[in-house]
Design a protein around this ligand. Sequence first.
Ligand SMILES: Cc1ncc(COP(=O)(O)O)c(C=O)c1O
Length: 490
Amino acid sequence: MRNQLATESLFALSQPGRRGAELPEADVPVKPLNELLPTAALAIEPTGLPEVTEPDIIRHFVNLSTLNMCVDTHFYPLGSCTMKYNPKRHERLASLPGIVDLHPYQNPSDLQGMLALLYETQEMLAEISGLPAVSLQPAAGAQGEFTALLTAKAYFEDRGEKRTKVLFPNSAHGTNPASAAIAGFDCVQLASSKAGLVDLEDLKANLDDQTAVFMVTNPNTLGLFEKDIKQIADMVHEVGGLVYIDGANMNAILGYTRPGDFGGDMMHYNVHKTFTGPHGAGGPGSGPIAVRDFLSDFLPGPVIKRNENAGENGDQYTLENPPKSIGRVRTFYGNIGIVVRGYCYLRTLGAKGLKAVSENAVLNANYLKAILKDVLPVPNGDLCMHEFVASASKIKAENGVTAMDIAKRLLDFGFHAPTVYFPLVVPEAIMVEPTETESKETLDAFAETIRKILQEDPEYLHQAPHSTAISRPDEVVAARHPILQCCEPQ
Ligand SMILES: Cc1ncc(COP(=O)(O)O)c(C=O)c1O
């Protein structure tokens, strides 16, 4: 009953004349609609709304919200996507009236508190990365990559250089080549070594005076730290190129090492992962970038500056466009709601707390890897960082059970599935990222469930999940031809 109520559309529940609330006649003058709405809005044909009672609508949406798994309801070990628990205190702080009631068109003099918060966030991100100039504008990691590549392009053009190539290893997240292509670069994919790290020989063979940027995730998408990163950066710098560190996995190294210290020239953060902003389902994210000083003139504006001596109007914080800025990549100052949550996280934990976050993330991943390794072997690396990539290829060869079957069956047991089939360099990949907040009991229960699943009838597993509202949607059709329903179906 619960699932039926949620999956039926509200139009199916509609009965003529039903209302959510009956309000008394207005006893104040009411303006006619044509005086309230612009002419264009009046020209729109009303679509007709479902007629339902308040309990109908509340039950519909509350039930709908329970059909999906989320980090508040289930263990969510989605490798690479880092679904960290979102502390509720930060949600409350980000909803304070002094924050949500601001409008970006307000005069900066009226926004000094918010500008101070944004400035301090810039400063903290600069410190954590070891890269001094920060832009908070990009709205996601992928947009951060794109913004940094445009920044690099503007830098080379300013020097009269036309460099055409962006290099990345074959374990790279798909957004890396996508960002490079959209920014107008030629993409060059490099091999990985047997150990799952950048293949130095292949890098050397592809570096030349056309190399603009080498993009690398560190720790990489196999959950391994690129131990040769300093040497790699030196090699790239020798040919005049720049090193981009994809910072999506910063949660493994906070306070231990910094992209700026191991040779990176630019990086992005995923505030919605590393610093616990909520995300998922295409929701709002935040992907600030941090760059070296010599790239700061090209950053998108506005950046927030602090004036030691307050200016004429007394403002301590002002907005500035860098002199050779690539322009804006998003409206106003970025996705402020997420930045505020990140700020709260950083201030709550402080330097010591951030280090502990990384320690626990790495500990949890290694614990889970160790207790699963006899049934789910990990082809690359002895110790992992915050996540590990196991392979189900032996299981598939033995009884036909795939990574997808295991992932889908986990849903029946109340666990969100790990990431599967990424990175592409591992066959039948199962990429697990437990994150730092999970208890030993949860990790043990997850491992126990995987063992139980592997004992089950392969035929039964091919049909899993068995308890969810939808079993196995055709994901390609769902992504490419979504059927959106916002009004009465014809
Ligand atoms: C390694 C890596 N790079 C880049 C991204 C893109 O980040 P976003 O999803 O914020 O666009 C992700 C996202 O999962 C990632 O894991």
